[in-house]
Design a protein around this ligand. Sequence first.
Ligand code: ADP
Ligand code: MG
Length: 256
Amino acid sequence: MTAAVEPQSSAPSTDGLVVLRGVNKYFGAMQALKDVNLSIKRGEVVVVIGPSGSGKSTLCRTINRLETISEGEILIDGHKLPEEGKALADLRADVGMVFQSFNLFAHKTILENVTLGPIKVRKQKKAEAEKRAMELLERVGVEAQAQKYPAQLSGGQQQRVAIARALAMEPKVMLFDEPTSALDPEMIKEVLDVMVDLAKQGMTMVVVTHEMGFARTAGDRVVFMADGAIVEENTPEEFFTHPRSDRAKDFLSKIL
Ligand code: ADP
Ligand code: MG
């Protein structure tokens, strides 16, 4: 490669599956994201950590366009996130999201929760969607609950259904925003185990969590945020043992 075609060293890479370039997000006068540049490779598992209010949820929400960005651009698999319409719906379907609160439809069965998106958005036939949904429910270990309603399941089971529901859309990337924070301690592992499996199978993932065990087992990279900015990035091992910034050192001293 000649020097002439090499990207400028200041330009962030464009070859990631998820690329954020110069992303700024304001809520009124408050800046929630500050010049965020991030390129996530296919199959990469990025763990996002940082104090409360540092912009982790906003980061996830901008990636699947639950929030618009004020400046910059976000590309999913090379495509810029469209403003609205079918193109946005299609692209959003490429991004699966699992929230802290499981957000299942209370008046639909577990099976219906998982088949709804594939039937409505992906235009799958009911029988086909149900077959695939049962495979996914089996994969996350809740196939026996398929005909029940969300309230009849434990929190850990509901969160695993939420993961199956997101996977049913066959997303290119999965975002997890503190998926175990609302769970009783004994249910955390069953959800993390499903996420570790997913990572091993090559899913591209952005995971907001303070679960260090998960970060070390499944994470390829830790991104540490403070005050809306990415302050530090490193391998999980390096980040947890040798944080460089004072903000990261201070944060780790409080959670470790
Ligand atoms: P984290 O997930 O790291 O705790 P958030 O992304 O939720 O942080 O929030 C980052 C900042 O943006 C916080 O100061 C929060 O109060 C603010 N914020 C988030 N969402 C909104 C909103 N819809 N309206 C106004 N401010 C918001
Ligand atoms: Mg949050």
